[in-house]
Write a protein that binds this ligand. Structure first.
Ligand SMILES: CCCCCc1ccc(-c2ccc(S(=O)(=O)CCO)cc2)cc1/C=C\c1ccccn1
Length: 240
């Protein structure tokens, strides 16, 4: 069977993004500044501009009790849940199904005054990796979203501004088996989440507006999304 033209790119970008996500905020050299904290959630950004546009890389780390990395990635990747947790979404559709673990999405985000409305086309890939620290521990799960071109969605509709992004959600399940050998319950598991994103907002938007949007929206997004996964998973069997 002939490989899809994106398969090689998906493999390369996933490997590169997982390696970056695994670097702690200390190891990535200086420059990461903590800008939001809420319980276990820590959000860092680096102030970076490309051609005068703010493209601040963002790295968030969070530990959530009672869910697994597979569950977090499942609800992040699967299109049928997206309107439930992505509040800034005005429209979303699956443009192409490359395989069961690789989809191409079009998303139109709500306009955020005073900037013009943004849209994005990206491939999204879900994958699990052996846990190299603990061979027989639960696998690491990841979803990588990477902007891509698609003939049906040329980036020059005029009305909206096309943005470019690379996002990596990396999840590690932690199991603390009960002492008495009882079956593992949701009280015995937690998930260490790393969320990395670099968004190029496309057309010009005031740096102050972009930084304010990110400062407000990202903490809200991660809190809302993780709460959604907890709520969806709590009465269902654990997905390891
Ligand atoms: C002036 C406003 C410019 C920014 C607009 C914008 C750009 C990108 C994105 C965005 C953020 C996360 C993803 S994802 O992680 O792949 C999940 C799938 O949706 C994809 C897109 C959103 C938003 C608009 C608001 C905003 C900004 C952060 C966080 C949340 N919302």
């Amino acid at each position: 069977m002939v490989q899809h033209h994106l398969t090689a790119e998906v493999d390369a970008v996933v490997k590169q993004q997982v390696a970056m996500a695994r670097l702690g905020v200390g190891e990535c050299g200086t420059g990461w500044q903590l800008f939001a904290e809420d319980g276990e959630m820590r959000m860092y950004r680096r102030e970076q501009e490309v051609d005068g546009m703010v493209v601040d890389p963002l790295k968030a780390v969070h530990t959530v009790k009672g869910i697994t990395g597979h569950e977090v990635c499942h609800y992040f990747f699967s299109p049928q849940y997206r309107y439930d947790w992505e509040t800034t979404l005005e429209h979303m559709n699956v443009v192409e199904t490359i395989s069961e673990d690789t989809l191409v999405f079009y998303q139109l985000h709500k306009r955020i005054w005073p900037a013009s409305q943004r849209d994005v086309v990206f491939w999204s890939h879900i994958r699990h990796l052996p846990n190299d620290q603990d061979r027989d521990g639960p696998h690491i799960w990841t979803v990588v979203n990477q902007s891509t071109e698609h003939p049906e969605y040329p980036g020059c509709s005029g009305k909206t501004v096309r943005i470019y992004l690379t996002v990596c959600l990396l999840c590690q399940t932690i199991v603390n088996p009960p002492k008495d050998g009882a079956p593992i319950s949701r009280n015995d598991i937690s998930c260490k989440i790393t969320y990395c994103s670099v968004v190029n907002p496309g057309g010009w938007a005031p740096a102050s507006v972009l930084r304010a949007v990110y400062k407000r929206e990202y903490p809200k997004f991660l809190k809302r999304f993780t709460a959604y996964v907890i709520n969806q998973s709590k009465n269902k069997p654990i997905m390891f």
